[in-house]
Design a protein around this ligand. Structure first.
Ligand SMILES: [Mn+2]
Length: 364
């Protein structure tokens, strides 16, 4: 026993664990590519989403460490009526009028606060449904598994099945809620015997457990489909929906407040999926299954901004833009702006958190 006066044994110094060092992002492109990006034409230059850098090598994506990656899913083999959504990604990259990047309502330069790249397309070989959907899932996974927010441009709505599955694989089955804007519920069991139709993806996501039925919330439904048996199945799953009739009476802002609460009840993350046919064909005629009596673009751009600002949004998609049926690029521009509003909302959230933009952020 040491006496009380015995000096204590010198303490063995705790081994010092060095703080993990996060390397600075590397956001270099070659001088020729940078020159192309900096031309900043609204009518040309490099044809990526928002003229953001194209980053297609996984090692480069690791070094770049963007906040958001935009990808294309040019798949429309699940279309029941007018095909052509395979041209959606190309149209949003090439036909949308590039308006500048300072958000008037939020008072911020979007790309000063948010690093966004275009990672190209998932390979969708024509006629090969399973290979295409596997490739879409892998492409979204290559983004979301790095903690980057994937923004997927369709493609028909079948694409949301593999895309949201990849997001649930990353964040956990049962941990991700869904706010889904659409004229149609997309919850049929099969259509023409097809499990992988643009009328079935939401059922597949609920059946697999990727998104819980009770956290699956739909906005803007209208028209004449599906029938009572499908609504019964949806109710059994605990799904919530807000018909266009309710949106018309209450206003989208009020409905959206409810929808966010329903989708986030007991989960940690949110996926937002927009079928462009949720908008009235007056605003978005360029789509395969237009349904009159829909949402207005003025409400939808504000809704996207709110969703990005107010929720833990981890993934977003815009589906069903079929440019061959478009007039004067109306549909392409509103679809592009829905993505811009999501980006603006995410940029605002970073500014609110005081996260300083990176010094080596390349400008275009
Ligand atoms: Mn749909």
């Amino acid at each position: 026993m040491p006496s009380p006066t015995t000096p204590p044994e010198p303490a063995t110094p705790e081994p010092v664990t060095p703080e993990p060092v996060t390397p600075a992002p590397v956001r270099d492109v070659g001088p020729g590519y940078r020159e192309q990006l900096e031309q900043g034409y609204v009518f040309g230059s490099v044809l990526t989403f928002g003229q953001r850098p194209l980053v297609v090598e996984e090692a480069q994506l690791d070094a770049w460490r963007p906040d958001v990656a935009v990808l294309g899913a040019p798949f429309d083999l699940g279309t029941t009526n007018r095909p052509g959504a395979r041209f959606g990604p190309r149209a949003l990259r090439t036909n949308a009028y590039e308006p500048g990047t300072f958000h008037l309502d939020l008072g911020l330069e979007i790309f000063d606060w948010l690093e966004v790249v275009d990672v190209g397309d998932a390979y969708c070989p024509h006629g090969r449904v399973e290979a295409s959907l596997d490739n879409i899932k892998a492409k979204v996974a290559s983004v979301v598994n790095r903690g980057i927010v994937p923004i997927t441009i369709g493609g028909d709505h079948t694409v949301t099945w593999p895309a949201a599955t990849a997001v649930a694989d990353r964040y956990g089955y049962g941990r991700v809620g869904m706010v889904h804007f659409d004229a149609h519920a997309d919850t049929a069991d099969t259509i023409d015997g097809n499990l992988a139709s643009h009328g079935t993806p939401m059922r597949r996501l609920i059946e697999s457990g990727a998104i819980p039925g009770r956290n699956f919330v739909q906005i803007g439904l209208r028209g004449y489909w599906p029938g009572q048996d499908v609504w019964d199945w949806m109710a059994e799953q605990g799904m919530r929906w807000h018909l266009m009739d309710e949106v018309h009476r209450r206003g989208l802002d009020s409905v959206l407040t409810d929808a966010i609460g329903e989708a986030m009840d007991g989960v940690d993350h949110l996926y937002v999926s927009v079928d462009i046919d949720s908008l009235d064909p007056a605003y978005a005629p360029g789509t395969g299954t237009p349904e009159p009596g829909g949402l207005a673009s003025v409400d939808m751009v504000r809704a996207m901004r709110r969703l990005a600002m107010e929720t833990p949004l981890v993934a977003f998609d815009v589906m069903e833009v079929a440019p061959a049926y478009d007039h004067a690029d109306c549909t392409v521009n509103v679809a592009h702006r829905l993505i811009m509003e999501i980006l603006a909302g995410l940029a605002w959230k970073r500014r609110q958190r005081g996260e300083q933009p990176s010094a080596d952020r390349p400008r275009r």
